[in-house]
Write a protein that binds this ligand. Sequence first.
Ligand code: MBD
Ligand code: FE
Length: 290
Amino acid sequence: MTTDLHLNGEVATAAASGNAATERFANDKSAYAAVKDTPPERVDLLARSVLDAIHETIRREKVTYDEYNALKAWLIQVGKDGEWPLFLDVWVEHVVEEVATDHREGSKGTIEGPYYVPGAPEQGARGSVPTREGEEGTALTWTGTVTSTDGTPLDGATIELWHADNDGFYSQFAPGIPEWNLRGSFTVGPDGVFEIRTIQPAPYQIPTDGACGKLIAAAGWHAWRPAHLHVKVSAPGHEQLTAQLYFPGDEHNDDDIASAVKPELVLDPRPQGDGAVAVDYGFVLDPARG
Ligand code: MBD
Ligand code: FE
C-alpha cells in the first residue's frame, strides 16, 4: 500500500483527490436546488440544533480559546484541501443513510462516499469492468440477480460498480489512471441475472496528508476502511440502492473509519483454486413509494 508516489511519477495528494471530489460535487449535484424551497422553520430548526450541540460541547468540556482557534484553523484547511466531501462522507453520511433507508424491506445499503461518478461504460449483463493491462489484484467473478421485494426479476435493472485499485486509488481522483478504470455499468435482462468480472480491491486508507488526516493523527485514530466494492442499483419503479460490499476476515470490517460496514454487506467468496475468487450476491429493491 503506497500513499504518495503513483503512476507516471505523478503524486497522489489529499488536496488533488479532495479538490476533484469537491469539483465533482459542486458541478453535478442538485443538492442545493433540491432544498431551495425548504421553509425557514426547517432551516431554523436544523441550524439551531447543530449550534446547540456545539454550544453544549463547549460548556460541558470547557473548550478554551486555543482549542477554538485550532478548530477555526482546521476548518479553513478542510476547505483548502477540498476535503469537505471526504469529511462529511466519512463521519456524517452513515447516519443520513440510516435515516433515509429505515423503511426498506429489500437489500441493506450503505454510504455512497466521495468517489462515485455517473456514466460508467455499459458492459451488458455479463462483462468486465475496464482494467489496465496487467491490472493487479485477485480476479473476482461476481454473479447475482436483481429482484423486487416480491421476488420478481427486474428486467432493465442497472448495477453501477466502482472501486479502488490494488493500491487503494480511484480513477478520476488519483493521477495516471485511465478515466473509467474499475468503473462499469451492467444492465440485466428479463431474468435479472448479472455476471461481473473485476479484481478484489485492497483495504483502503483515506488520504492522510490533508486536513482529515491531521484530525485522525491528532485524535490518535486510524485512517483505514476495509476493502470494498461500491454499487448503485437502479430499476424502473424502484428505489435506488447505494451499497458497498466487503470481504470476510478484513481486519477493518469491525472498525471502519467511515462506520459503513453492516453484516448483510459482507460477501461469502469461494476461492477457485487458481487464485481467483467467485462470489454470489444479489440485490432486492423496494418498489418506489407512492
Ligand atoms: C472511500 O473510498 C470511501 O468509500 C469513503 C466512504 C470515504 C473515503 C474514501
Ligand atoms: Fe470507497
